[in-house]
Design a protein around this ligand. Structure first.
Ligand code: B1M
Length: 215
């Protein structure tokens, strides 16, 4: 197998046996750690999603894949570019919405935003609108980042935006996740909110948008 095929297969198989050695090889070959994540590792994750969809994998196996992905990201994190003298661009709350446990994408967004001068308060998974409102009132953030991978999570974002608005909150919201589209964000979520709602297609796009907000 090529290096790329091996990297994808660790994720598909959900194994860490040999993973770190191959990640080190990839670090020497790729321009940035994020290229390794977005390339071969995500290719593996997409295959997991496909197999899962076709009932060829069970949840327990997908969890193993998620563990391997998290271990890979943790191994790569120290090699990611950090803008040291760039602190204090603002505080962002991050949450996976109510009913959703998927957090690999959200945690990747956290790493990237943190490395680029944002202060992140990660509220975790299955965060209800009430918990989010409490956190906004406690933390006084500059923006909120919502993640969700399930189709029902996109609807949850609409409800959450509505609850935030009813509470008088209007700071910018950044939304992302596989089931979401720009169109849905503009036509459904934005309509329920006073402030800006921005759709990020991936973590780097999330950073671009956060940087624009910080200006
Ligand atoms: Co689940 N799952 N899962 N799952 N899972 C999906 C999402 C699914 C598409 C798989 C499939 O059927 N093909 C499907 C959703 C169907 C749907 O609604 N359309 C699905 C399902 C059905 C389920 C369960 C219902 C299965 C079950 O129990 N029967 C269940 C739901 C549990 C729940 O949430 N209540 C479930 C459970 C799980 C595991 C726990 C086993 C595990 C998650 C472990 C974890 O996260 N800790 C899991 C996994 C791993 C997946 C797949 C295979 C991979 C997701 C992932 O981590 N991708 C996924 C299929 C797929 O996506 N191909 C699938 C890698 C990650 C880096 O990408 O999170 O998309 P992603 O993040 C991207 C962008 O979306 C974006 O940036 C990242 C890239 O740079 N982004 C943001 C995300 N959030 C952002 C926020 C931002 C900005 C950008 O700003 C705030």
């Amino acid at each position: 197998l090529t290096l790329e095929e091996r990297l994808a297969s660790y994720i598909v198989e959900g194994t860490k046996e040999g993973l770190f050695k191959d990640l080190d090889e990839a670090l020497a070959k790729y321009d940035t750690p994020l290229d390794i994540i977005n390339g071969p590792l995500m290719k593996g994750m997409d295959e997991v999603g496909r197999l899962f969809n076709d009932n060829e994998l069970i949840v327990a196996e997908v969890l193993q894949s998620a563990e391997a992905m998290k271990a890979a990201v943790a191994h790569l994190e120290p090699f990611m570019e950090k803008k040291k003298d760039d602190r204090g661009k603002g505080k962002i709350l991050l949450a996976t919405v109510k009913g959703d446990v998927h957090d690999i994408g959200k945690n990747l967004v956290e790493i990237i935003l943190k490395n680029n001068g944002f202060q992140i308060v990660n509220l975790g998974i299955k965060v209800t609108a009430n918990e989010l409102i409490e956190a906004v009132e406690r933390e006084d953030p500059d923006a909120i980042g919502l993640s969700g991978l399930l189709v029902k999570s996109t609807q949850q974002m609409v409800l959450t935006a509505n609850d935030l608005r009813e509470r008088g909150i209007s700071i910018p919201i950044l939304v992302g996740g596989a089931a979401l589209t720009r169109r849905f964000t503009e036509n459904k979520i934005s309509k329920e909110y006073e402030g800006l709602v921005l759709y990020a297609k991936d973590a780097m796009n999330g950073l671009d948008l956060a940087n624009k907000l910080a200006k």
